[in-house]
Design a binder for this molecule. Sequence first.
Ligand code: HEC
Length: 404
Amino acid sequence: MEYLIPYALEWLNLLFRWLHIITGIAWIGASFYFVWLDNSIRPPAPGSDLEQKGVSGELWAVHGGGFYNPQKYLVAPSRLPKELHWFKWEAYSTWLSGFALLFIVYYFNAQAMMVDRSVADLTSLQANAIGLGSLLVGWTVYDLLCRSPLGKHDVAFGAVIFGFLLASAYVLTHYLSGRAAFIHVGAMIGTMMVGNVLMLIIPGQRKMVNAMMAGAQPDPVHGIKAKQRSVHNNYFTLPVLFIMISNHFAMTYRHPHAWAILGTIMLAGVLIRHFFNLRHKGRVEWKYPAAGVALLLALAVVLAPARPQAAQAANDSRAQFAQVRQIITQRCVSCHADQPTQPGFAAAPSGVMLHTPDQIAQNAQRIYQQTVQLKAMPLANLTNMTDAERAQVAAWYEAGAKQE
Ligand code: HEC
């Protein structure tokens, strides 16, 4: 039965990843919608019925063949409606499914996914403890900062929390593999966002509703506190979404200064988000997305691979290919096979199989990119590929990746 464990984990991975994306879309989608709504509503005409009712803003929208007219009440309506919709399970289930994925993908296969022995030679337990600890430390520091006087100054607070996340990325990339470090910065931010919903936003709303049910005026302070956290969540969205797809981009997390690269991309995300927030309010300020795009372009220049040295055409390309094939068989095929022999792997990762000469030739460009340019493969260098072997792969590819 034990041989089925990696296969079972592969299914859990599939199911939880699917769920995570669905709930994540529902959560961030609802959150984008409400931010847009809040920024787009306009006050009703002075003295109108709406104003008398306590409506502070409204708008009209058409969607899916129907007309909608949402209205926002400042603090609360005078009477509690019979049916009130809350938005919280989107956030909770995104966090829960993401937390499960951390175990399924990372912690249960820590030597391959968490540890990079060229960074720090950790045991699985140590690496997993650092991962879980980062979530706890992240939330604690963030929550204390929010409650401190700094929390009242949005821009200063943003700068400090950005610095804190950058420092966390620095520390994590010096203990964990690049991909694990990135995903944990993302999980830290995700935990802050869900913590805000669970600990501040929903309890605040509940206190307001309870006050109304007791026939009292709800205290606006709850709304103000919730608003602060919800502004933070809004600016976290684009950075966290990049991090969730960052594992596809070894060029970002494999870099010696991966923490700085992550910081640059997060900053670009915040600037672009800021543009949309302002635009909903009717202010179009192109300088923000322009700065974000400029940062990304600068990054593209910094990350560009070095020009390959003009390789001498090998005298005997057949012998050269035979050597490369031997290296790949020894260093790659334990994972990149239909039925991997590497413990913890159930299927060829990313569908890449490297058994046959044809498969190697077909994947030549990706092999070169992953083993020479990015040094992202073999994963965690579990199969101990040497620099001399990488140089052989480079020489083969640069001489035209000939098969014969
Ligand atoms: C310990 C298991 C393991 C070993 C050994 C390994 N890989 Fe991989 N490889 C993976 C995993 C897991 C992925 C999935 C990609 C990801 O999530 O980044 C992958 C992805 C890839 C990809 C696709 C990358 C992309 O996103 O396009 C290529 C190409 C690749 N590996 C080549 C190699 C080569 C060449 C070797 C040998 C030098 C090798 N791998 C050794 C686990 C391994």
